[in-house]
Design a protein around this ligand. Structure first.
Ligand SMILES: Cc1cc2nc3c(=O)[nH]c(=O)nc-3n(C[C@H](O)[C@H](O)[C@H](O)COP(=O)(O)OP(=O)(O)OC[C@H]3O[C@@H](n4cnc5c(N)ncnc54)[C@H](O)[C@@H]3O)c2cc1C
Length: 462
């Protein structure tokens, strides 16, 4: 069930900015991760010919959307997706029956895609997989005084699309992670002044931020954390300095939110909307497993590799091919995870960050050249954010790997021919089913990225 009119999730760019738009993607967004490492294991993210396609290694967001659509069509998934269908409530169907747990799911479907013509219905299902993403619920900073009194424009990056509305303005960008830096650079093209506020960066800018400042020194300034907003437009920073601004943009991240989910307290969101739990291996709530599961909760992990592995595990648990440990054991594992993170000095709100060492199993390992490409891309990104996507300095190992990978184009072209032939014969469904079965067989080799490499990859991701 998908509330939007198309598949794609975050990658379904929406120029609208009202609070109900799920996507936080802005117009200039290009991938941070190389496409070679961003495909699902049974459907590579190869460059494709065609109008509107973007063959670059780090393509714009529309190319990811096209890829996801290609994926759905190749596996016949669109038959299973109900578009324009928003889930309103998920609750245990009969709380008095512990023997057979089922879920009552209430949803509203916009017929013809409009709000005026909507039909609400409730159905009962054996299982629910929550995969509603983690980039739609803006998180605002708590430590800035005067936000309520500020009369000028303030918005979260969730609602930022293009720099044009800020032409000629002085803009303060709060937060210096990926979106903060991206949006600051985008604004530099049209704004009068861009003030990037970032506590740690201001003390010791990374090479990438230093280069940004050197390249855009006429417009861009770096400041420490924002302390106070004043109603007259003055913004005060922690070091006592201030600027007069027209707009403040908060690039301060997102919280988890499952407003439709009623588990009677078995699953909660806490620690400032940063922790969902209890979740065994960040997927299954022990008391409701396997009929309730979550795919896509972890942060700062290798994507989509990690979420694909989770999805496969859920499919195996639901189809009975892989058993879960008893409830008490799962709960113990969750508590152990909390204790270990605490002992390592990790704040509780980072519970779902950088979680290496989990073996979800059953996923083809990432080839060496791809790992090398991911790591070298990250190193280039931390060196120069503005040029890393267009560098051409692959090692011989990566060049060879890319050549082999692109060779797969021929195979895909062949698949396409087969698909077209099957369609002509009116046998598309049968072919998609066959394709699904054979890809399952192909991917049943149990292996994973080695833990050491995984940790290296993930810790470099952000
Ligand atoms: C600005 C930005 C830049 C990013 N850059 C990269 C990058 O370079 N590389 C990378 O790998 N990842 C990147 N990501 C992360 C990437 O977008 C996510 O990891 C990915 O979209 C996760 O997919 P998902 O299906 O879990 O969630 P989403 O893509 O968020 O999809 C969730 C879906 O659930 C739907 N939904 C929510 N609630 C309901 C409901 N009640 N009823 C019905 N449907 C509902 C939403 O409409 C949405 O379609 C970026 C994210 C953002 C925001």
């Amino acid at each position: 069930m998908e509330q939007s009119g198309d598949v794609g999730g975050q990658w379904l760019y929406d120029p609208g900015t009202d609070g109900r738009v799920p996507s936080s993607v802005y117009a200039c967004l290009r991938l941070l991760s190389p496409r070679e490492a961003m495909g699902f294991s049974d459907f590579e993210f190869l460059p494709r010919a065609g109008a509107g396609r973007d063959p670059r290694r780090f393509p714009g967001h529309r190319e990811v959307h096209s890829y996801l659509r290609d994926f759905c069509h190749a596996f016949g998934l669109m038959d299973a997706v109900r578009l324009n269908t928003r889930v309103l409530r998920v609750a245990i169907a009969d709380p008095t029956s512990a023997a057979t747990r089922q879920w009552a799911v209430r949803s509203v479907r916009r017929l013809g895609g409009t709000e005026d013509d909507a039909r609400e219905e409730e159905e009962v299902f054996d299982a629910v997989v929550v995969a509603t993403g983690q980039y739609s619920q803006p998180m605002l900073p708590s430590g800035i005084e005067g936000m309520a009194e500020w009369r000028l424009r303030q918005l979260h990056s969730h609602s930022y699309r293009t720099p044009e509305p800020f032409r000629g303005e002085a803009v303060v960008v709060v937060g210096c992670r990926d979106s903060g830096k991206d949006i600051a650079l985008d604004l530099c093209r049209v704004a009068r002044e861009v003030h990037l506020a970032a506590s740690s960066e201001a003390a010791a800018p990374t090479p990438a931020v230093s280069k940004m400042l050197a390249n855009h020194g006429d417009v861009l300034r770096l400041h420490p954390r924002v302390r106070r907003l004043h109603a007259d437009g003055r913004v005060w920073f922690e070091d006592g300095s201030s600027v007069v601004a027209d707009t403040v943009i908060y690039c301060t991240g997102y919280g988890y939110s499952f407003p439709f989910l009623d588990t009677g307290g078995a699953v909660t969101v806490g620690d400032g909307d940063c922790v969902v739990g209890p979740l065994f291996e960040h997927v299954f709530p022990p008391s409701l497993a396997p009929s309730l599961s979550f795919v896509g909760v972890p942060r700062k992990v290798l994507l989509p590799w990690f979420f694909e592995a989770q999805a496969r595990w859920v499919a195996q648990a639901l189809s009975g091919r892989r058993a879960l440990p008893p409830e008490a054991e799962m709960l113990r594992a969750v508590e152990e995870h909390f204790r270990a993170r605490e002992a390592a000095g990790e704040p509780r709100k980072h519970t779902h960050h950088y979680i290496g060492g989990i073996d979800y199993g059953d996923l083809t390992p990432m080839e060496d050249w791809k790992k090398e490409l991911v790591l070298s891309s990250m190193a280039s990104m931390s060196d120069d954010l503005e040029t890393f996507r267009d560098r051409a300095d692959d090692s011989e190992n990566v060049r060879k790997g890319v050549r082999r990978w692109r060779g797969g184009l021929a195979a895909q072209a062949q698949d396409k021919t087969v698909a077209a032939a099957a369609e002509v014969e009116g046998d598309w469904q049968a072919m998609a089913k066959k394709e699904r079965n054979s890809s399952t067989e192909l991917n049943c080799t149990s292996s994973s990225i080695s833990e050491g490499m995984f940790n290296v990859l993930t810790s470099h991701l952000n």
